[in-house]
Design a protein around this ligand. Structure first.
Ligand SMILES: C[S@@+](CC[C@H](N)C(=O)[O-])C[C@H]1O[C@@H](n2cnc3c(N)ncnc32)[C@H](O)[C@@H]1O
Length: 276
């Protein structure tokens, strides 16, 4: 099989090695049919180092553990956008307001558990800052994590081209973004006052969680879809244990916890609650 230049002479054995490695590190299972994606994405790394084949690259990978991050980054998909599945952010804002009304002294802790390039936690912060229901909630914090260091770099920077912010209501732009000029014409940066309220960290959802506090809300959306059922079940048990009593777990609209929801109650499609 050949791709671009230089020629790559990988075979099934090498592709299987990469598929198993990505599964071991992220639990993302690259099924049959993803060979083309692997070739295209790793082709960039192979060319970068001047190797001639996937085999040579794997040889290098085995002796260079830090390169593993690039393999996982290249092969896990980071697709996201601002206000994706918008009803979840509206639900978040009213949950924050309820929390404030019932526990005015305790903080409202939110975790965006697969934040990709940051649009999800920034959308949360817009709602927590602006929504009239949540406007009385001042004591909130957001932890945003992802396995991909590359996606996290973009998230921390908070700089997006104008076509990425089309979903953000016009009236929010001056409130939450700085508009770029001259060299930055066509780019928008999330204002520092918002950026500094979000803590970005690398974390593997299937690994150890180094938290001492429980969360009132966890968004774990559009990532479970890549895991097998057994891994999804383990993940839900871990997330449920990280929610405060009465806390809410949001999953993607196209995901389902049928048969694996453990201790959580379904409060609305794609929203689950830990019993109080
Ligand atoms: C499709 S994006 C979803 C982004 C956002 N939650 C949304 O719904 O728009 C999936 C993200 O999951 C991350 N991911 C994949 N496996 C992971 C793991 N084991 N631990 C943490 N994040 C992971 C990927 O790096 C990617 O950024």
């Amino acid at each position: 099989m050949m791709i671009g230049t230089p020629e790559l002479n990988e075979d099934k054995h090498e592709l299987a090695y990469i598929i198993d490695l990505v599964y071991e590190k992220s639990r993302v299972r690259l099924h049959e049919g993803k060979e083309q994606l692997i070739r295209a994405r790793l082709g960039k790394r192979i060319r970068l180092y001047g190797f001639n084949s996937l085999r040579e690259y794997i040889h290098f990978l085995k002796s260079t553990p830090e390169e593993l991050t690039h393999v996982v980054d290249s092969l896990t998909t980071n697709y996201t956008h601002f206000l994706r599945e918008k009803d979840h952010f509206e639900f978040l804002a009213s949950a924050a307001a309820n929390h404030q009304a019932n526990n005015s002294k305790s903080s409202f802790k939110v975790w965006s558990a697969a934040c990709a390039t940051g649009e999800e936690p920034y959308s949360m912060s817009f709602y927590l800052s602006d929504n009239s229901l949540a406007s009385r909630v001042s004591n909130w914090s957001i932890l945003a994590t992802d396995i991909s260091t590359k996606a996290l770099e973009t998230a921390r920077r908070g700089i997006y081209p104008s076509d990425k912010i089309g979903m953000v209501p016009q009236e929010w732009l001056p409130k939450f973004f700085q508009k770029g000029s001259r060299d930055w014409e066509g780019w928008f940066r999330v204002k520092e006052s918002i950026r500094q309220r979000i803590q970005f960290k690398q974390l593997n959802l299937l690994g150890f969680y180094p938290f001492s506090d429980l969360f009132e809300v966890i968004f774990c959306r559009n990532v479970m879809i890549y895991f097998d059922r057994e891994t999804q079940k383990q993940l839900i048990d871990k997330l449920a244990a990280t929610l405060s009593p009465g806390g809410l777990l949001f999953i993607g609209h196209s995901e389902s916890l049928n048969g694996i929801q453990g201790p959580l109650n379904c409060v609305s499609p794609s929203i689950y609650q830990r019993p109080s």
